[in-house]
Write a protein that binds this ligand. Structure first.
Ligand SMILES: C[S@@+](CC[C@H](N)C(=O)[O-])C[C@H]1O[C@@H](n2cnc3c(N)ncnc32)[C@H](O)[C@@H]1O
Length: 158
């Protein structure tokens, strides 16, 4: 996904910047910074700033304090309502007035074995997205493909 965003920015000659946060909990793929850069280079995607951290650790870092405003926030980490709430609420102060937030796997309670057979869990992103809808403070567009994608913006920014 970060490569798609970076390519889109490049193809549209936008001077935007992609920040990618992933602690590499599924495998070791994102742990070696040189390997990560070489992987991104293969796609001619331009600069992607990767932090091998959880969102929790990233928001406590100086990188977060120094961050400018964000137009697109794509949330696709651990798919529990609790974690996506954290991912969303942590970044709310950084969102630009024209922002969009994307919640991946937001419409299903799929049983996931991504973190191992012994760490199975059911997606519950939809519970948080339902809360956003019920609050009346957000516009939410659900896209019903695969396990779902919900696109959210705050009406306070209208
Ligand atoms: C469905 S994969 C998405 C991968 C990546 N977003 C991509 O598109 O290539 C879920 C990812 O969430 C990451 N993750 C799990 N817990 C996290 C947390 N607390 N903060 C940030 N990322 C987390 C895992 O390391 C895993 O790679």
């Amino acid at each position: 996904m970060p490569i798609l965003f970076a390519r889109a920015l490049k193809d549209n000659s936008d001077d935007g910047h992609v920040l990618f946060i992933d602690p590499s909990f599924v495998d070791d793929f994102w742990k070696d910074q040189a390997e990560v850069w070489s992987h991104f280079d293969k796609f001619d995607a331009g600069e992607i700033e990767h932090h091998c951290l959880t969102t929790q650790k990233f928001v406590a870092s100086q990188h977060f304090a120094n961050l400018g405003s964000i137009d697109f926030l794509f949330i696709d980490g651990f798919h529990s309502a609790e974690q996506v709430r954290f991912d969303h609420e942590a970044f709310i102060p950084k969102l630009s007035p024209r922002h969009l937030v994307f919640f991946h796997d937001s419409l299903s309670n799929n049983l996931s074995t991504l973190y191992g057979e012994d760490k199975q869990y059911n997606f519950s992103v939809f519970e948080y997205v339902d809360e956003l809808k019920a609050s009346g403070r957000y516009q939410v567009l659900d896209v019903n493909v695969e396990h779902g994608l919900s696109i959210v913006r705050s009406v306070d920014d209208t």
